[in-house]
Design a binder for this molecule. Structure first.
Ligand SMILES: [Zn+2]
Length: 335
């Protein structure tokens, strides 16, 4: 790390150069090194990594995106179809079984996770929560065929000795995003909420409702699982990954509350004036984001390390998470 790194703090009271801004919106690096434990399994020569995480349960990752499928005695159950895996999913399934894909589960409606769902047989049973079905009806996208079975709160899928419990537990990312759970094998899948080894995707994974997104961490931990498939990046997750991310987002909330209580708009106005309201507000948010980011990136975490040493991308996206959290605390739920 160099002295100019955005993750390298300097003393505010040094009397010399001003403390660095932590804004990474225009940031081109240098970035903090990605922790070794975050790197996981890179794609193999065929463009993906395929791994049996439990008997009959396969995890497939192409680097940025991942998903899973379950081989049963009566067909294959597959979850999602990220376009990043469009050319790989069917060959990967065929590399471990001659069974056809009979059931497709949509984790949620986002194109980047199910935009290649037309690769599966047209007669496959397709299951989704009703919000997902409603959204897909509006889109009329032939690459995301409509579900044939929908449910409101929960649905149990039993195929060839495999049993999956699907459950909708609120707007934790996007309406319709579901928990997919194999209780006997202790495998949980939930997409776009937990990011094993990394901070969440930008702006708290673009959560519709930041407070519900934070609550999701506690919901995940009510499940008894030892493998979690999360939809992104190069490894699957564990309970420890969820606990780590929960600590990160809870610290983010605490730091954001503190910034909202301490950053003074009157002080910002001395730099921006008060005529240009947007400039004034922008200055206020920049100061608040800086305060939160500084707090997050310089305070030792529960195990004594900094976030940049525990999670990939902490220096890249903490300012964006700070902005989302500050807005959620300001306008959605000020208390
Ligand atoms: Zn999504």
């Amino acid at each position: 790390m160099t002295a100019d790194s955005p993750a390298t703090p300097r003393d505010d009271n040094s009397g010399g150069e001003p403390a660095p801004k932590y804004q990474c919106i225009r940031c081109t690096g240098p970035f903090a090194a990605v922790p070794e434990t975050s790197l996981g399994r890179p794609p193999g020569p065929q463009g993906y990594h395929l791994e049996a995480v439990k008997p009959g349960i396969f995890w497939i990752s192409a680097g940025g995106y991942d998903t899973m499928f379950i081989v049963t005695e009566q067909g294959v159950i597959v979850i999602d179809a990220p376009p990043a895996l469009r050319s790989m999913l069917v060959p990967a399934i065929q590399s471990v079984t001659s069974q056809p894909v009979t059931h497709v589960i949509y984790s949620h409606s986002h194109f980047d996770h199910i935009g290649a769902a037309d690769i599966y047989p047209a007669d496959a049973v397709r299951i989704a929560q009703e919000n997902t079905a409603t959204t897909l009806q509006q889109y009329q996208d032939h690459r995301r065929p409509l579900p044939t079975i929908t449910f409101v709160e929960e649905h149990t899928l039993e195929v060839g000795g495999s049993r999956l419990e699907l459950r909708y537990r609120g707007n934790i990312h996007q309406p319709g995003n579901i928990f997919i759970y194999e209780s006997r094998q202790k495998v949980l899948m939930l997409v776009d909420v937990i990011f094993p080894g990394w901070v969440p995707f930008r702006n708290l994974a673009v959560a519709n409702d930041v407070h519900e997104y934070l609550r999701a961490h506690d919901l995940v931990l009510t499940y008894d699982f030892d493998v979690m498939v999360c939809g992104h990046l190069t490894r699957h997750g564990t309970r420890a990954d969820v606990e780590t991310q929960r600590e990160y987002v809870q610290q983010l909330r605490t730091a954001s509350r503190k910034a909202l209580a301490t950053v003074r708009i009157e002080e910002v106005a001395t730099r921006t004036g008060t005529e240009n309201i947007w400039a004034l507000m922008n200055g206020y948010f920049e100061d608040a984001v800086d305060a939160v980011t500084r707090d997050m990136l310089t305070t030792p975490t529960s195990d004594g390390r900094l976030w940049t040493e525990r999670l990939g991308g902490a220096d890249v996206w903490t300012p964006h998470h700070a902005f989302s959290m500050i807005q959620a605390l300001r306008v959605e739920n000020p208390d």
